[in-house]
Design a protein. Sequence first.
Length: 337
Amino acid sequence: MVTVSSGARLHFGFQNLSLAHDRLYGGVGVGLAEPRVAVSAVAADAVAVDAAADATPAVGTDERADLDAARRYAERAVEILGVDGAHVTVERTLPRHVGLGSGTQLALATYTAVARANDVDPRPREHAPALGRGGRSGVGVATFESGGFVVDAGHPTARFTTDEPARGEWETPPVVARHALPDDWRFVLGLPDADAGRNGDAEAASMRSVVERADGTVADAVAGALTRTLLPAAATDDRKRFADGMSELGHRNGAWYADEQGGVFRPPVGEIVESLSRSDAVGGVGQSSWGPAVYALTDTTHVDSALDAARNALDAADVDGDALAVAPATSGARITD
């Protein structure tokens, strides 16, 4: 049996959503050590998928939907790899559609487990498009590979226009920058019990609308935040400046999405972000992808205060939810035989 385990990821935003520039999208984000998805597989004559008896689905996870998704990814992996099949067991899952990259991590973990179970060398970057991943952001693929803080190059605007190509007819965006973050940094996550973030056809429709109207000058401001703040801070382990860059990039991206999600941050995320931002224990508060996950940056010295602030922010917004503090991922997926 082969087991593949991979951590969640945070998505801070895109570098550009305007058709006026040569490159579209260009994801910016970071891999997390926790929470994780884990998938096991053994070679078989056909595809079978089930859940482990002691599986630990994350809060809010729909087990049936996870199993259905894992089956689709396993069937596609078998087709891509040219093998007979695999018996796949879903051991652990991420909350679905909350901004933690559940789809890409489950897809790549399933694909990699199927490949290794059949003694085939997995090529997740090459095969991610055939699994339907990497069509906009390449951050999830990059963090599955190696963890860290990641910036990808995006896609050629001339090919994508307002619609992504059909599945498989794109390449995973190349990584243009990757930095390991300090071991004592912690990302505080606020996970409100709120409606799932946009996904599937609804997400595609929203992205088309955003891209059609996107102001190209916002991309210039994002580039400044990325090149003059985030990247230098990552290279010099400057937590305060890194948090400042996260915050600016998130707010700039929110300006693109405001009409689609009801503000710079979607409800009730805006209230949570505002409340959490008042805490001296954290910096860089923002919304991951379409939310509702909220992130902030702190260090091991201030974790307790930061978690209290996150819980208080959920209370202030009058929503239930969880708060946790996790380390940045220092490596990619773990594979054990």
